[in-house]
Design a protein around this ligand. Structure first.
Ligand code: TMP
Length: 208
């Protein structure tokens, strides 16, 4: 079986951290080799850029931010993601390029066509086999985020930013439904886990 590249995405407060455990459990149950990683991050360069990107004291404009994210992504692809896939190890990334379209495109307002140019340059056609998109109404996400006493540079942004971010995620999923599994993350944990397991089972042709 060719190793698969799976990404988990969604607005801040959509419940990614909790649901990563569900994904871990599914791979364990099916005894499939898997590597978990994240963006921005996943390499020493990527983690250093992540520090800068998430630090509320950083004043990067939208273009600088986007270039930093794609620099981290290039290194992540070359140093971690592609080598693992070539060894037959499945890769799950906590966020990938959908986040750049949603946050820097939708949220920050950069033209999506500019992001596509960078995507093509860095990825050369490389795309996830499956994107699990956790979707929640803004009110639910904001309520979850309000419990965090140290919000990072993105978590501090306002509801309008996240409305635009969410809209781009959903537009992308609607435009290429074969690649996405859109998960209603406002449901209880068990129902969300069931949807995630179904998405993975369908990709691998195994039971959920
Ligand atoms: P997270 O690890 O909590 O998801 O934090 C990463 C933050 O970085 C999150 O707020 C979204 C943001 N981000 C972007 O704005 N664009 C991107 O391409 C990626 C990967 C993340």
């Amino acid at each position: 079986m060719k190793a698969k590249f799976i990404t988990l995405d969604g607005i801040d407060g959509a419940g990614k951290s909790t649901n990563l455990n569900t994904i871990r459990n599914w791979f364990e149950k099916h005894q499939l080799p898997v590597l978990f990683t994240r963006e921005p991050g996943g390499t020493p360069i990527g983690e250093a850029l992540r520090e800068l990107l998430l630090n509320p004291a950083t004043h990067a404009n939208a273009r600088t931010e986007t270039l930093m994210i794609f620099a981290a992504r290039q290194q992540h692809l070359d140093e971690v993601i592609k080598p693992a896939l070539e060894k037959g190890i499945h890769v799950v990334s906590d966020r990938f390029t959908d986040a750049t379209f949603a946050y820097q495109g939708g949220g920050r307002g950069l033209p999506l066509t500019d992001i596509t140019i960078l995507e093509n340059w860095v990825q050369q056609g490389f795309q996830p086999d499956l994107t699990l998109l956790l979707d929640v109404p803004l009110t639910v996400a904001q309520q979850r985020l309000s419990q965090n006493s140290h919000p990072d540079r993105f978590e501090q942004l306002d509801a309008a930013f996240f409305e635009h971010t969410r809209a781009v995620y959903l537009e992308r999923a609607a435009a290429t439904p074969r690649r996405y599994s859109v998960i209603d993350s406002s449901l209880n944990l068990q129902d969300v886990a069931q949807q995630i397991n179904q998405g993975l089972a369908q990709l691998f042709g195994l039971d959920s």
